[in-house]
Design a protein around this ligand. Structure first.
Ligand code: FPP
Length: 251
């Protein structure tokens, strides 16, 4: 479902660059901001700031390449272990990203989603996110899902708790609970099945990101540091995805 990009958002790719790649839902673990900054003798903040520029470019390119849903791991439930100053920097960057980009998302027909327990964030940031979600909720185009205070195990625990509450109230029988129930109780309910999971910076692990959803996703690891991950790199990942043989346990 490619949408027409506005003139201010056009990048150099078109769906013709990777025709029929078939990836409806792509998720990215955006890793390597700190190393990108270190290589340039810059503070870590500079790496995160460059990381936000990459978010903008990749979100636009994903739309132009016909990806229906792009899910980005922006802040994990484990990132609270970082120094308070870095956490404040990341929250500030997120706030400025939403403030600066929400009008474009509205006009480009983008649906913003947030996965993770974002309600535990600072109240004025929660209000900003809620406003952005409400403003894009009527849109019908591609989804930009941002994972905030997200951890897959936490998401599954919350989903199980909601199903247990429904079972306790008699709404559903415990022995009737199936994978579809759990799927529908996750933060990603309603999003297309995850096709491709990309991790930048050379690390090869999932770090508590979309563990349930990645059951049959293709994994793509690249040494490119997140701030350097550009449209060409995304097209390269889609080309690799296109060449994979997905058998889902069959032959
Ligand atoms: C990992 O790099 C990156 C993060 C923990 C944060 C990702 C956040 C952004 C790209 C910016 C905010 C996002 C949005 C959506 C506005 P790292 O710091 O762990 O890098 P390192 O492993 O090289 O130290």
């Amino acid at each position: 479902m490619a949408t027409q990009a506005s003139s201010s958002t056009r990048t150099s790719v078109s769906p013709h660059d990777v025709p029929d790649h078939g990836a409806r839902h792509v998720a990215i673990i955006m890793d390597g901001n700190g190393r990108w900054a270190k290589k340039r003798l810059l503070p870590r903040f500079a790496g995160h700031k460059a990381g936000v520029d990459a978010v903008r470019k990749i979100a636009r390119s994903a739309r132009e390449l016909g990806i229906e849903c792009l899910t980005l791991y922006a802040f994990s439930s484990e990132n609270w272990k970082r120094p308070a100053a870095e956490i404040a920097d990341l929250m500030g960057l997120l706030r400025r990203f939403i403030e600066a980009d929400i009008d474009e998302m509205v006009s480009d027909n983008v649906r913003l989603r947030v996965i993770g327990n974002y309600r535990a964030l600072e109240p004025s940031l929660v209000a900003l996110i809620d406003d952005a979600l409400a403003r894009t909720a009527v849109n019908t185009g591609p989804v930009l899902a941002i994972a905030l205070n997200y951890g897959s195990q936490d998401e599954m625990v919350r989903a199980v708790q909601s199903l247990a509450a429904r079972a306790a109230s008699g709404e559903i029988a415990p022995d009737e609970i199936c994978a579809d129930h759990l799927h529908g109780a996750l933060d990603t309910a309603g999003l297309p099945p995850l096709d491709l999971m990309i991790r930048t910076s050379g690390e090869q692990r999932l770090s508590n990101f979309l563990l349930w959803q990645a059951a049959y996703a293709e994994l793509y690891f690249t040494d490119v540091l997140w701030p350097d991950f550009d449209t060409k790199a995304l097209a390269g990942a889609l080309h690799a995805f296109k060449d994979r043989d997905r058998r889902y346990g069959g032959l």
